[in-house]
Unconditional design. Structure first.
Lengths: 368, 515
């Protein structure tokens, strides 16, 4: 068994990438006139320093976990979906609509379930549409899901600025607020809402779904080689749409959590970047749902430290976004290093006679 | 040995050099791809290189072009031995190659592609001067292609013309063409080859063309050299040969097929029926149409044909990888659309060619790949849960039974050698005892003798158990050995059908050549 080398490879490359991202960010801070080590220290303190700040990190990590799944799941099928933000917004909108329609007519637990289902379905349909376009009309799923983001955000702005607007929300147009009893509460003894549990459970379930169920096996096969999947009679189109639906529902649930646990209404705070942060998390986690939990904590911590950097070091608010962007770039770059580092290579096992390549032009030109 | 610096530059060649290949041998490991082959391409002649797939034609031209270094043998240009270390050297000697597939950049114009094709060049392109030079070149060249048109807007025939023009633009005097007409319609092919023929007759070019099409060889070539299994199998002037002679050289003497143990089964029933089946190639052109085919239980039906005549698409339709454009497939008297449920109900299995590309997920483990047919039913699954232990156990059993050489069942299948990937797929497809229909395409391509024998035995055993087998192969010996009934496909149509025992060898050759 030599698989430990591959495991070590993904661990080293993922954490190495984040480390390099940190270094580059330090360089950036130094250029901006701040002491990089002070910045590192502050980020650490603001993210993981005390139980109170760590709770801040957890609050930010939970939507990231859910939104990361929106990219990580389709990736197993070989699709690059970046419509997390749009699915999150649609989920949030659907959840608040149901919450407002039901109001206090039902017990809070039922209202919350209905809101969650609404978020799941709305987000699912949103990304499911991108999957269906991909399979039935060959529309590039990356572009279509990206464009769906703009549509979702425009719809949100339209609704909170018009038909659903609460006249009392002056500075920040919002929908009417959710009834206090219907809000998602906190985990006892903390300031962290139950959304964190949603995120953890969703990551566990999707991991199990992909690795241990026949559905996941079929999806991984279709993602690995469509021709092999077809020869085994697997319904590739149905799998594509289903996986995209599931992916979208995870992001939709994140929207519901944001609405029902944090904002209490739908407003522009829904699209503050959890969607795009989720893409970063998914790639850094190499589309592994369990790894996404850890990476979400890290990115959540970075997000949580934004305010403090601004206040103590007088760095611009967008500094953490620069950090995020740098880490994202390095993570994407690290992807290209897989299989390139000799130490992690599995030893060649069988060397048999090479057969001549099939046709000219396909092999690299050999210069003697 | 002539060094490059002392060589006349390609620019100065005013006639195509005389090219001789002497005792060329190329070995890949244990595989003898080219065995002591000699041929002579006379200055200003049109020479065709014939042979079945894997006969060594491509290896030969790659040795001439410097893609490969021959194990033994030499190249003579105008009687002087030369060393061609890479394709760049070949270009300096005035030898250029046109590939089967287009190598132009679709988004760029003809002019840009021509300038791009020139090796090296200055950092700055003087477009005005280049365009003028290109206009001058175009006015004297054998074919005209509009300079300002983007490649994407050209028809296939024009694209192929451009590929050839590129070589002339680079002052190549010997053109090597690898199946230049496989992507062209017959009319386009005739036009391109006709214009090249004029250049050859005018003494401007020599041409060495790999071809499968006897019609084109008869119409345009002066001489042929035939290869069979890496060896020289014959040569001659086209004017003195008939199609039948060439086909015989290609296929060799009819060998008595190695007898195989076949048992005849009573009451054979039709298992696979194709009715008026048709399908398109990837580019939308019909690959085959109006095909009627029946395969009975306990029968091997062999489909022979030169590659590219629709057999690959036929297999893909039957295996569920391609949509049929017309017609229906029936299995065991029921309509068959290659869904997973139907595959299971009728126990349809497939051994496609290039198993790593067609039937495996490269980065998944051997065990997972072996479970591709069975992962969703007991004992490998319980409800929707995968039982990893059962998947592993079955893999361990199959690895032993089919002697697949793999370090462990968890090894990614892409780490295995080609023969072992093939064995792994064979193990998966033939493991169920109740298999009723087997669709195999070139199952032994590129394998060593022992592996071929093993696979043949497995196919015969399956047939003797009552499995209906459709065997598509480019190896006629294999088909004559294994099949009960032989069908020849040419240009998407069945052109010959016969019981194998009464099949006429010459007629098969004619049918394959489309005559």
């Amino acid at each position: 068994m030599q698989t430990w080398r591959r495991t070590l490879e993904s661990l080293c490359l993922s954490f190495g990438a984040i480390l390099v991202g940190l270094l580059l960010f330090g360089l950036f801070c130094a250029l901006a006139g701040a002491n990089p080590f002070e910045v590192y220290g502050l980020i650490w303190k603001a993210a993981f320093g005390s139980s109170s700040t760590f709770q801040n990190t957890l609050i930010r990590a939970s939507p990231l976990m859910l939104s990361a799944l929106c990219t990580a799941l389709p990736a197993r099928l070989g699709l690059v979906i970046i419509g997390n933000e749009g699915a999150l917004v649609m989920g949030g909108l659907a959840a608040i609509s149901i919450g407002l329609i039901i109001g206090t007519a039902l017990p809070p637990i039922l209202v919350q379930i209905a809101m969650a289902v609404a978020g799941l379905v709305a987000g699912g349909l949103w990304i499911g549409a991108a999957g269906a376009l991909r399979h039935y009309r060959a529309v590039n799923e990356t572009i279509s899901s990206l464009l769906l983001n703009y549509i979702a955000i425009a719809l949100l702005n339209h609704l909170v600025g018009g038909p659903m607007r609460d006249p009392s929300s002056l500075n920040k147009p919002s929908t009417f607020p959710l009834a206090e009893v219907n809000m998602l509460g906190n985990i006892p003894g903390t300031r962290v809402h139950w959304g964190l549990v949603y995120g953890l459970v969703a990551c566990l379930i999707t991991y199990f779904l992909m690795q241990r169920t026949t559905f996941g096996f079929a999806a991984r096969t279709a993602g690995g080689n469509v021709r092999a999947a077809r020869i085994a009679g697997l319904p590739v189109g149905k799998l594509t749409v289903m996986i995209c639906f599931l992916a979208g529902s995870c992001a939709g649930l994140a929207g519901m959590v944001e609405v029902a646990a944090v904002q209490g209404a739908a407003n522009e705070s829904l699209n503050v970047g959890y969607g795009y942060g989720g893409i970063l998390v998914a790639f850094a986690a190499r589309h592994n749902p369990l790894a996404a939990v850890l990476i979400s904590l890290l990115v959540g911590g970075i997000l949580a430290s934004g305010g403090i950097l601004q206040r103590s070091l007088n760095l611009p608010d967008a500094t953490v976004l620069v950090f995020q962007g740098l880490v994202f770039l390095v993570v994407l770059y690290s992807d290209s290093l897989y299989g390139k580092i000799p130490f992690f290579k599995e030893k060649p096992i069988i060397t048999t006679s090479a057969s001549p390549p099939a046709s000219p032009g396909e092999e690299p030109v050999m210069t003697a | 040995m002539t060094t490059l610096s002392s060589l006349p530059s390609a620019r100065q060649l005013d006639r195509p050099p005389d090219l001789q290949v002497n005792g060329m041998t190329k070995q890949f490991g244990r595989l003898m791809a080219l065995d002591n082959l000699s041929m002579h391409l006379k200055s200003g002649s049109f020479h065709a290189l014939l042979g079945e797939n894997g006969a060594g034609k491509s290896t030969l031209v790659k040795c001439i072009m410097g893609f490969y270094q021959p194990t033994a043998g030499e190249l003579l240009l105008d009687g002087n031995p030369v060393q061609i270390g890479n394709p760049r050297d070949a270009h300096r000697y005035g030898i250029g190659m046109v590939y089967q597939h287009f190598t132009s950049v679709p988004a760029m114009t003809v002019a840009e592609n021509l300038v791009l094709s020139r090796f090296g060049g200055a950092g700055i392109i003087n477009w005005k001067a280049e365009i003028e030079a290109l206009r001058a070149f175009m006015s004297t060249s054998p074919f005209q292609v509009p300079l300002e048109t983007p490649i994407a807007q050209l028809a296939a025939g024009q694209k192929q013309k451009l590929e050839i023009l590129k070589q002339i633009y680079l002052h190549s005097r010997i053109l090597i063409l690898d199946e230049p007409t496989s992507v062209l319609t017959p009319a386009e092919a005739d036009e391109v080859l006709g214009l090249l023929r004029q250049q050859v007759s005018a003494g401007e070019l020599s041409i060495l063309m790999i071809s499968h099409k006897f019609r084109e060889v008869m119409a345009f070539a002066d001489e042929i050299t035939v290869l069979r299994k890496g060896k020289f199998a014959g040569s001659g002037a086209v004017s003195e040969l008939t199609v039948a002679d060439m086909a015989e050289m290609m296929m060799g003497e009819q060998k008595v097929p190695t007898p195989v143990q076949k048992t005849s089964l009573p009451n054979a029933t039709p298992v696979l029926e194709a009715r008026q089946l048709g399908a398109n190639k990837d580019n939308g052109i019909a690959a085959f149409s109006g095909i009627d085919l029946t395969v009975h239980s306990g029968e091997i039906v062999g489909i022979a044909g030169i590659s590219g005549n629709g057999q690959r698409e036929l297999v893909e339709v039957l295996a569920g990888q391609r949509e049929a454009a017309a017609g229906e497939v029936w299995v065991n008297g029921e309509r068959y659309t290659a869904t997973r449920a139907e595959m299971y109900r009728h126990q349809v299995c497939a051994l496609p060619e290039e198993p790593l590309r067609n039937a495996c997920v490269a980065h998944m483990s051997v065990a997972e790949n072996m479970a591709l047919r069975t992962f969703d039913r007991p004992p490998q699954a319980k409800g929707i849960l995968l039982l990893l232990q059962a998947i592993r156990q079955m893999a361990v059993g199959l690895i032993g039974q089919f002697s697949v050489k793999t370090p462990s069942p968890e090894t990614p299948v892409q780490n295995l050698s080609g023969g072992n990937v093939q064995r792994a797929v064979l193990a998966r497809e033939l493991s169920t005892e109740q298999i009723k229909l087997l669709i195999a395409a070139n199952p032994c391509f590129g394998l060593d003798f022992a592996a071929v024998d093993f696979i043949h035995t497995q196919i015969i055993n399956a047939r003797n158990r009552g499995v209906a087998v459709l065997l598509v192969s480019e190896d006629l010996d294999e088909l004559l050995k294994l099949s009960d009934r032989l069908i020849v496909i040419s240009d998407g149509q069945f052109t010959y059908q016969s019981q194998t025992t009464t099949a006429e060898y010459a007629a098969i050759g004619h049918a394959m050549a489309g005559h």
